[in-house]
Design a protein around this ligand. Structure first.
Ligand code: BGC
Length: 243
């Protein structure tokens, strides 16, 4: 079965058609920059452009950077506040005429990894962390998702959310080297490790490709491994949500 997977991120909205039996992309990825401010109508218009790009008429799965409960966004970390309370599945349906299944973006990425990637067959607790504009988290117990865990929103020192200090966007903003940023990220890992006691932590998002540059800063005992799908986990997982 083929499903269009779309990953809505803080800087880009990416999609590809995914074979959900194998987890492979069967088209090239297409990326459109996230509109400034990421307001609902603007994002929905980009979603419609992606659907048009692929000339897609079937089901669509979408990873979205917020708490998603029964299709409704309940938070708005790095997107416009007006998303709160909006049924994301409905607004995307209205702009495309297609059936959408929407879930949290990190939950989606984790789903790809426990189904086909680095977390496949792992017994016990797998924690997926996505490193990007924010810090996303997805928790899986024996392959089953515990949805909407929001570890990036833990308060830390003067920061309302630790992701404002330890995400990849903070590395860029504060002009940190990878080892400097790695120390911050390790602090985040220590906190989430203490809170969830996972058997393995999988890192996804852009920075997971650069793990060699900060892996020496990681001091927790729990194995920390890069996502097998790297940056494509979000797209593959998004399609799996709609399976
Ligand atoms: C949001 C999460 C999301 C993460 C990664 C955070 O700001 O609170 O829901 O998973 O960013 O996009």
């Amino acid at each position: 079965m083929e499903i269009l997977g779309i990953d809505v991120g803080g800087s880009g909205i990416k999609g590809a058609v995914v074979n959900v039996e194998t987890g492979t992309l069967i088209t090239e990825k297409h990326r459109i920059p996230t509109p400034q401010g990421a307001k609902p109508t603007d994002v929905a218009n980009v979603i419609a452009q992606l659907v048009e790009h692929f000339n897609w008429k079937g089901k669509v799965g979408c990873g979205f950077p917020a708490i998603i409960s029964h299709g409704v966004a309940l938070s708005s970390g790095n997107i416009d506040k007006s998303w709160r309370g909006i049924n994301v599945e409905d607004i995307f349906h209205q702009h495309t005429g297609l059936q959408f299944h929407v879930g949290n973006d990190a939950d989606a990425a984790g789903l790809a990894e426990v189904t086909f990637g680095a977390g496949k067959g792992v017994e016990g607790l797998v924690l997926m962390i996505t490193i990007g504009t924010g810090l996303g988290s997805g928790l899986f117990y024996n392959g089953s998702l515990v949805p909407n865990l929001e570890l990036g929103t833990i308060p830390y020192k003067k920061y309302k959310c630790i992701e404002h200090w330890a995400a990849d966007s903070a590395r860029k903003r504060d002009e940190l080297s990878y080892p400097e940023w790695g120390k911050r990220f390790n602090k985040f890992l220590k906190i989430v490790n203490a809170l969830t006691s996972p058997d393995v932590i999988i890192l996804g998002g852009g920075a997971s490709k650069k793990m060699d540059r900060y892996k020496d800063q990681i001091t927790i005992k729990t194995p920390v491994i890069p996502a097998q799908f790297q940056n494509n986990a979000g797209i593959v997982g998004a399609a799996l949500i709609a399976k």
